[in-house]
Write a protein that binds this ligand. Structure first.
Ligand SMILES: [Zn+2]
Length: 353
């Protein structure tokens, strides 16, 4: 049977990998990379069909321990719950596997593997190019300190979120606590990256903010984290909610992510799509409409989808659709730009003049 992740076999057999120490990170000074690979919990997904029905294949010793050890039932139920969130989503479910990293050095190693697979870094291991290898490692070490997780078709979870996931598996709380909510929101965000395929070679840089903004907006969509928490076996306590106002400061998204989130929700609002109605009740159909506008075949179509919906909702001249589409791109994750766009369109609406 072919390996589920051939690059791992290449790395394990590479003399360059065997002799390189990771030293740029403070917490793992001088750890040999093969040791870091062993510390990874790497799980491949085999088969097709809905993600939650795919076989979980351990690719490292630690992954075998997780999936077959003392806490196997809890581990599998958390992972199946997470993967199940994409079962109903239309679009390509191209997730190939998940890796957990228990320390920063392991996360850098893991990230480089995924980045090489995605074509973001040269394949210095295959080319046995020590200089390029070192350069990539240093670059990723600098960037990964503030990264919670990444998903380039293989989902890599950093140390902070890994420790929360393992905590849930080893000592599942009866009802969701802050860690469980953080885990649910992180998984929801990362999984949204699998719905609209994102390709570093074809996706225009000006559209990047949309991908991050839509992932963040759909992750925080009212009710979604609660559903996932229930599937993971740690339901919300009665009366508890997951919203941006109820998470502790240390679990807050960065200002840039909050801005993109707010910007996308603002654009959806202009398009007439909101999770709650004016009377405060939730609109159960709104999520499907938001997904239709934000998730599709190609990220490049999102501005036009939004523009068409906005033009129709605000009764603006349809000839302005292309202009609105360009203005949507120009928002670049800044909620102030959405307010400016809103004011511009409301004065251009046919009903108002
Ligand atoms: Zn993201």
């Amino acid at each position: 049977m072919p390996s589920l992740r051939p690059i791992l076999d290449t790395w394990r057999a590479s003399p360059l990998v065997a002799t390189t120490l990771i030293d740029p990170t403070k917490t793992s000074p001088g750890t040999p990379i093969p040791q870091l690979l062993d510390q990874q919990v790497s799980i491949g997904l085999r088969g097709d069909g809905p993600l939650s029905t795919r076989e979980l294949v351990p690719l490292t010793r630690e992954a075998t321990k997780l999936l077959n050890g003392t806490h196997r039932d809890a581990a599998r139920s958390v992972l199946r719950g997470v993967l199940g969130t994409l079962d109903a989503a239309k679009g390509a479910n191209d997730l190939r596997g998940i890796s957990f990293s228990t320390n920063p050095g392991a996360f850098v190693t893991q990230s480089l593997i995924s980045n090489i697979e995605a074509g973001l870094h040269p394949d210095s291991v295959k080319g046995n190019d020590a200089v390029a290898f070192e350069k990539s490692m240093v670059e990723l070490a600098a960037g990964s300190a503030g990264t919670k997780a990444q998903n380039l078709g293989w989902m890599d979870l950093g140390p902070a979120i890994t420790s929360k996931v393992f905590g849930l598996i080893q000592r599942p709380p009866r009802v969701a606590n802050d860690d469980a909510k953080d885990v649910a929101l992180t998984f929801l965000h990362e999984l949204e990256h699998n719905v609209t395929p994102f390709d570093v070679h074809t996706t225009a840089k000006q559209h990047y903010w949309l991908e991050e903004g839509l992932a963040e907006s759909l992750a925080w969509w009212p009710g979604r984290a609660a559903d996932l928490l229930a599937k993971m076996g740690t339901p919300l306590a009665k009366g508890d909610v997951v919203d941006p106002w109820s998470v502790p400061d240390e679990n807050q998204a960065s200002a840039a992510y909050r801005g993109r989130h707010q910007a996308i929700m603002g654009l959806l609002g202009l398009a007439g799509v909101a999770p709650t109605r004016d009377d405060g009740s939730t609109d159960p159909g709104a999520l499907a409409r938001a997904r239709q506008l934000l998730q599709g075949e190609d990220l490049a179509q999102v501005p036009r989808n939004l523009a068409r919906a906005i033009v129709r909702n605000l009764d603006v001249d349809p000839d302005l659709t292309d202009v609105v589409s360009d203005l949507v791109v120009d928002v670049q994750g800044d909620p102030k730009q959405v307010r400016a766009l809103s004011e511009l369109l409301r004065t251009r609406g046919r009903t108002t003049g």
